[in-house]
Design a protein around this ligand. Sequence first.
Ligand code: PLP
Length: 391
Amino acid sequence: MNKIYLDNAATTPLSEEVIDAMIDTMKMNFGNPSSTHSFGQEAKILIENVRRQVADYLHVTPAEIIFTSCGTESNNMIIKSSVEHLGVERIISSPMEHKCVSESILDMKNRKGVEVAYIRPNEKGDINLNKLEELLKGSDKKTLVSLMHANNEIGNIVDIKKIAQICKENNALFHSDTVQTMAHMNLDFSDIPVDFASCSAHKFHGPKGIGFAFIRKSSGLKGIITGGPQERSLRAGTENVAGIAGLGKALELSLNNMEAYTQHMQDIKQYTIDRVAAEIPGVKFNGRSSEAENSLYTVVSLLLPYKNPLIGLQLDMKGIAVSQGSACSSGASKPSMVMMMVLSEDEMDNGTPLRVSFSHKTNKNEIDAFVDALKEISKDFVIENTNVEHR
Ligand code: PLP
């Protein structure tokens, strides 16, 4: 069976060039970057070159890039260290954040007594920035705002520049989980006054187990993993040199091809929307995922007009991989918080959310096969209520 992968928001396949760069590094650059001899120094140079490459992409200084094991670690570090080392007493966030952010915030609330305020999004998944301003002006407590750049389940993109400016005007720190947008969009942090951001290489055809945190130098954030002086003492532990080489190669490929990749995925996304809308009567699109603006070109979130908790499995049996939620919550029996925010109770009870996510490797034949399979499965369901009001 020819398998089709449409779950690229969960992870992406490694590029051949990335695999080659990593193998070369593992063979040639096995030294410990902390060693002072030439083996160590060669590995150290490789790391610093990638750090410079990342810094150039974001228009920041290399000292502001700290390599970590993943997006989860970066987000944990930023949120927990803001509380433990920067005196943050209050966190403003939304219920739509990735679990690694929401659970870190909850941990700080439970263990450190941090006050937490959530801005409830509207039915499109939009965050009301007037509400953010109102909350910021309503307290003198040292505050961290944590709002993701793009949502991994419905694809909504927020205006991080505007949010960063509001935070600056109100003396709050601003963290944005940028895991779904890093290397997919141009990001200029000399123009966007964000304090902290995160990245995970496996979201753009790099390896798992490597990412980085952007930590604005002026913030004074410290690390939470203690030990040796690696990563300017912000993240102890011998560096994942091959992973860093892979991240660097994946970033290089993304940046060199960004225009072509963006165009291709926008086309694929529109094609998917058009075909699904034409072939599945009553289907809806969650959040802003059917829009070209303010939505990731990698993600379409559907609501099928019938209840079928087995849809993911049935598509998988036909060789098609999609997600019924995000990878991190799909094993759970509870509906995801994001879906609870953007769907009505009626839609939750009578519909089935499905996330389809693309990469530059996705082609229209794969989308055709997905839509045909979805049509075939949908035939078995009586579509009773296609007029459910979408909220
Ligand atoms: N943040 C977002 C928005 C994500 O989509 C993910 C991964 O799904 C993460 C954080 C966690 O990244 P990692 O898998 O590198 O821990």
